[in-house]
Write a protein that binds this ligand. Structure first.
Ligand code: NAD
Ligand code: MG
Length: 300
């Protein structure tokens, strides 16, 4: 893979990263970044920080792989202390992130567990506050996506699990975090282009992403009086284990990203700078906003 020297090196973005076709690569959900070909770029070699989050304490869900891992690397290099959440079955991916951050001397706390469980969400906030000494940034990245062609085959169990993971967890975590968040704190949710241009085979998932968008707009208005900003990022197709582990059928994995004007999927490293901007004081007048990072299939 061609990896830029840092995120500022000028180059043609259409040629910056691999384009389809990709090999079929099924794996069970939640997928592991370790098993992907080509390997995703989370900014391990490229992300350069400038202290934009110095002294901040951040909890990131889904931080073992994909977008969450890229956000964890970027936030740490911008000076934040990090609590990472992920599922216990993803320990192999999580070890890679924790190892990388600890090697560079960043304070990193690993808090595995299932955010689809309300009691765990409240514990996750309590442990983050205790172990980091407070909380300034909550980043909801954890998500479940399972492609099903026909509504007749979409089970109530899947529909409910997708909503619990993508929507209920965000609600529980925001609710538990808010009493701890000081003025200047930020919440960043992860919605999707699917919130605006839903695919027919992602009925449950796209609906959760539309709910996340509306929740972000409403919560932002509700809590700005406390000095807390709430925004969301809406990625287009991104090369992460979510997709080959059931998020898309394998024939769509082969041509993943070909549908956007850039003709390639984004890499997690290309999402992280937007999360950094929304977390930092630089975006002080931005709240209730959804920032698209889509490769050209813009938000409406
Ligand atoms: P990913 O598989 O690397 O990350 C998703 C993470 O969610 C997993 O690593 C896992 O730790 C976490 N997760 C899932 N269920 C969980 C549970 N019950 N408890 C705790 N953690 C759980 O894939 P990604 O693409 O980086 O996904 C991150 C976010 O980005 C998701 O919200 C996804 O919907 C969103 N997104 C992804 C794309 C894309 O094309 N990859 C596009 C738009 C939005
Ligand atoms: Mg993962």
């Amino acid at each position: 893979m061609s990896v830029s020297k840092d995120q500022f090196t000028m180059q043609d973005p259409t040629r910056q990263y691999p384009q389809p076709p990709f090999a079929r690569q099924p794996q069970p959900a939640p997928g592991l970044a370790k098993k992907m070909t080509p390997a995703p770029d989370h900014g391990e070699q490229s992300y350069k920080g400038f202290g934009r989050l110095a002294g901040r304490r951040a909890l990131i869900t889904g931080a073992d792989s994909g977008i969450g891992r890229a956000v964890a690397i970027a936030f740490a290099r911008e000076g934040a202390d990090i609590a990472l959440n992920y599922l216990p079955s993803e320990e192999a991916d999580a070890r890679e992130v924790v190892g990388l951050l600890e090697r560079d001397g960043h304070k990193t706390v690993a808090l595995p567990g299932d955010v689809a469980d309300e009691a765990f969400c409240s514990q996750l906030i309590d442990h983050s506050v205790k172990l980091l000494g407070g909380l300034d940034i909550l980043v909801n990245v954890a998500g479940k996506q399972t492609y099903v062609d026909d509504i007749a085959d979409l089970s109530t169990k899947q529909f409910e699990e997708t909503f619990r993971t993508n929507v209920f967890a965000m609600f529980w975590l925001c609710k538990a975090a808010l009493p701890h968040l000081p003025p200047g704190a930020t919440i960043i949710n992860t919605t999707s282009i699917q919130s605006y241009q839903p695919s027919p085979g992602l009925l449950d998932y796209a609906s959760t992403k539309a709910a996340i968008t509306a929740f972000t707009h409403a919560l932002a208005k509700q809590v700005i009086g406390k000095g807390v900003r709430v925004n969301a990022v809406a990625p287009g197709p991104v090369w992460t284990p979510l997709q080959p582990s059931g998020g898309q059928p394998q024939e769509k994995v082969e041509k993943f990203g070909s549908e956007v004007p850039m003709k390639r999927p984004g890499q997690p490293a290309e999402l992280a700078p937007v999360y950094v901007l929304l977390a930092s004081q630089e975006s002080s007048f931005v709240t209730g906003e959804v920032y698209g990072v889509t490769g050209g299939n813009h938000l409406p």
